[in-house]
Design a binder for this molecule. Structure first.
Ligand SMILES: *Cc1c(COP(=O)(O)O)cnc(C)c1O
Length: 358
């Protein structure tokens, strides 16, 4: 019997992936040239579908990389000469910050305890900040930053570029793309696809900054610099041989999500999240980890376990349900339950029913 994965990445595959994989093989996607018309059409289809699904305006460009981790490095290389500022509240946001210092920048971090969010108006961003980095959904702790909090950063910091890591929240959030400059994700979480592809959306401010740094003689990297991605991307091509298979699956699955409707997906996400949190609230097995309801992630639900997390995970495994373990030091004390579009309302009901029986 097939398993269902509630792990927050890699995650349950979107239900239509299987048929698209089959078609990809029939269409020889693994063998076609990435310099030919067939690939350009696939890139363009993915580009259009991502725009429609996430509400990305035409003045943004969409590029492909190997992973979101790669995009952390690339955006720092391409938009920062010396100073970035980071909101850190978990393992992913922390790594993004560490990348900046490893690249030789001075970086400011605003750090709050694991499981907490930010009272965004209390932070003074240093005036020398070139790039503000926010993690919309901290996959490690289950804290989501309200999109409006991100948008308010622009008013007080009009000159800084604002980059949003939305890896484990897309396609759920509705960002105001006039208030941010870059959003990125990888595909093995909310998109329900096999890993190995990063998607990087940038506006002209990011590209102009990269050009300016390059003109000054700063290294902005090589093949995946923004100017290189742009000159190839404007023809719907990529600087190196990309994950053509992954881009094909992304084009198809985003098309399926559009058929379902972005709003329907958001409403179902809210419904499933409310069921999961309501269960965790009353279950003797679980305690909701994120205290502030306004910061609880609808897409990654994190709960403390009253017993050993590994026991609970093992019990559910016998029912072919795979829960995520806690992140890092929280491995034995927490479970993480992904609530991505690939799992249906019925499957969440089934999970809750099986948890109730434990
Ligand atoms: C998983 C994750 C990443 C890293 O994604 P990769 O595809 O492994 O590079 C970055 N940020 C967040 C918030 C994540 O959840």
């Amino acid at each position: 019997m097939s398993k269902i994965f509630f792990t927050p990445g890699p995650a349950q595959l979107y239900p239509t992936v299987e048929s698209h994989v089959f078609n990809a093989l029939k269409e020889n996607i693994g063998s076609i040239s990435h310099r030919g018309k067939q690939f350009q059409v696939i890139y363009q289809e993915a580009d259009q579908n991502i725009r429609a699904l996430l509400g990305v305006p035409q003045d943004f460009k969409i590029f492909f990389t190997g992973s979101a981790t790669e995009i952390w490095e690339r955006i720092l290389q391409n938009t920062v000469e010396s100073h970035s500022t980071h909101f850190v509240n978990g393992s992913f946001s922390k790594k993004f910050y560490e990348f900046s210092t490893e690249l030789g920048n001075t970086a400011t971090k605003f750090e709050v305890p694991f499981g907490s969010g930010f009272d965004i108006n209390t932070y003074e961003i240093p005036s020398e900040t070139e790039l503000i980095c926010v993690t919309h959904n901290e996959t490690s702790s289950g804290v989501m930053m309200p999109a409006n909090d991100i948008h308010t950063l622009r008013a007080k910091n009009p000159n800084a570029i604002i980059a949003v890591d939305a890896v484990s929240s897309v396609p759920y959030p509705q960002f105001d793309f006039t208030a941010i400059d870059s959003v990125f994700f990888s595909v093995q979480k909310g998109m329900g696809l096999p890993a190995g592809l990063g998607v990087w959306m940038v506006n002209d401010r990011c590209i102009e900054k990269a050009n300016a740094l390059k003109a000054k003689g700063k290294s902005i990297g090589t093949y995946h610099s923004l100017p290189s991605l742009l000159s190839n991307g404007s023809k719907f091509e990529t600087p190196s041989t990309p994950n053509v298979f992954g881009i094909y699956l992304l084009a198809k699955v985003t098309g399926d999500m559009l058929q379902k409707g972005a709003d329907t997906i958001r409403k179902e996400t809210d419904l499933k999240a409310s069921k999961l949190y309501a269960f965790a609230e009353k279950s003797p097995l679980l305690d909701i980890f994120v205290q502030n309801p306004a910061h609880r992630s609808p897409t990654v639900v994190v709960a403390n376990t009253t017993g050993e997390a590994s026991d609970l995970i093992a019990k559910l495994k016998t029912k072919n349900i795979v829960l995520g373990a806690g992140y890092g030091n929280y491995k034995d004390k927490q479970v993480r339950i992904a609530n991505f579009p690939a799992v249906s309302v019925e499957q969440v009901d089934w999970l809750i029913e099986e948890l109730s029986k434990v």
